[in-house]
Design a protein around this ligand. Structure first.
Ligand code: TRP
Ligand code: SF4
Length: 329
């Protein structure tokens, strides 16, 4: 008999349409992991409430994000794709964890302090403080071996391991400790040269039609030393070249670098080469995601199906948890 595949769990907040940075930083990796692992991927919609209490956009954002997941190649037959709020067991586990977690552990989580400072939050909610603990419940519920995340989320996985240890110590062995699987994230600059981000308005989206991609790449920021066509440049400091490193095969990339340093080519020539490789890479994703986006009902159905599957696992875990906590006569 084939050995059971190791389990992987990860989640994303429902931010709507995904951009190249989201794709290269997480989604592409999720897709590839499907070949070797038993994958659980979910929409962290309760976590969205820590950002904004106006939920009007959340259902639509969930559907757009799912269209991108599916367009990029997540396969609902092979992976369990689900929604956090459709598996309310997460909330029960979070509550039990909250009883054994010192407030100090949560106050020390770097993302908590960062968000308070960056967003100027004067009166942080109980839920914001508990965010990483809810994430621990999201994770441990499925007893995954691996949690693929970016470097910013590693403290949350560390906390999760501590919570698992403490639970096992207090109530008895239920949770194995998962490990973060660091996604190697290439530098993905936006069109203005800063990190690609929805809030900077510098992003190329997986849903962008070919014309939009051309329209965004043509005026993209380059090495500021190349003011005129005859000025030589330095590819190492150019955001366009960062994208070449991701999308352009080596031989052509080298030719661009050489042409840049000797002023043999202009920036528009260089961007044309990039577009020739970036375009086709996005075509397949966009076409597939559009087909799904036109059938939002199918996406909703598929999320309910996945959530039922996830809930079966969650119920089995909660049976063990309740037996370990021993509250009910
Ligand atoms: N905190 C994660 C983020 O902001 C999202 C998330 C919630 C998550 N629960 C998770 C990621 C569980 C991995 C595992 O990106
Ligand atoms: Fe950047 Fe290419 Fe222009 Fe050089 S030629 S500055 S690498 S866009």
């Amino acid at each position: 008999m084939a050995r059971a595949r190791e389990r992987v769990l990860s989640g994303m907040r429902p931010t709507g349409k995904l951009h190249l940075g989201n794709y290269l930083g997480a989604l592409d990796n999720w897709v590839r992991m499907q070949d070797a692992y038993d994958c659980f991927y979910f929409v962290a919609n309760w976590h969205a409430l820590t950002d904004d209490h106006d939920t009007a956009a959340v259902p639509g954002d969930t559907i757009e994000m799912l269209a991108d997941w599916l367009g990029a190649g997540l396969d609902p037959e092979r992976s369990t794709l689900f929604v956090q709020s459709l598996v309310p067991e997460h909330a029960e586990l979070h509550l039990l964890f909250s009883m054994i977690t010192p407030v100090g552990w949560l106050e020390r989580v770097p993302t908590y302090k960062e968000r308070i400072e960056q967003q100027g939050i004067t009166s942080p909610s109980y839920g914001l403080l508990g965010y990483p603990l809810l994430q621990s419940a999201d994770i441990l519920m499925y007893k995954p071996r691996w949690v693929p995340v970016g470097i910013d989320q590693v403290p949350h996985v560390e906390l999760t391991r501590e919570v698992a240890r403490r639970f096992n110590h207090v109530f008895g062995e239920v949770f194995p400790e998962p490990d973060a699987k660091l996604t190697e994230i290439p530098k993905v600059p936006g069109t203005d040269g800063r990190k690609m981000s929805k809030s900077y308005d510098n992003a190329i989206y997986l849903s962008d039609p070919p014309e939009a991609i051309v329209r965004k790449v043509k005026p993209m920021v380059t090495d500021p030393a190349r003011k005129r066509r005859a000025d030589p440049g330095t590819p190492e400091v150019c955001p366009v070249f960062d994208l070449h490193k991701i999308f352009t095969p080596e031989a052509e990339r080298r030719a661009c670098a050489e042409g840049c340093r000797t002023a043999g080519i202009g920036c528009l020539d260089c961007k044309d080469v990039l577009l020739r490789h970036l375009g086709p890479r996005l075509d397949g994703i966009r076409e597939r995601r559009q087909k799904y986006a036109e059938k939002p009902d199918r996406i909703v159905e598929l999320l309910h199906e996945g959530s039922r599957r996830a809930q079966r696992v969650a119920r089995a875990t909660m049976d063990e948890v309740r037996a370990a906590v021993r509250l009910t006569p």
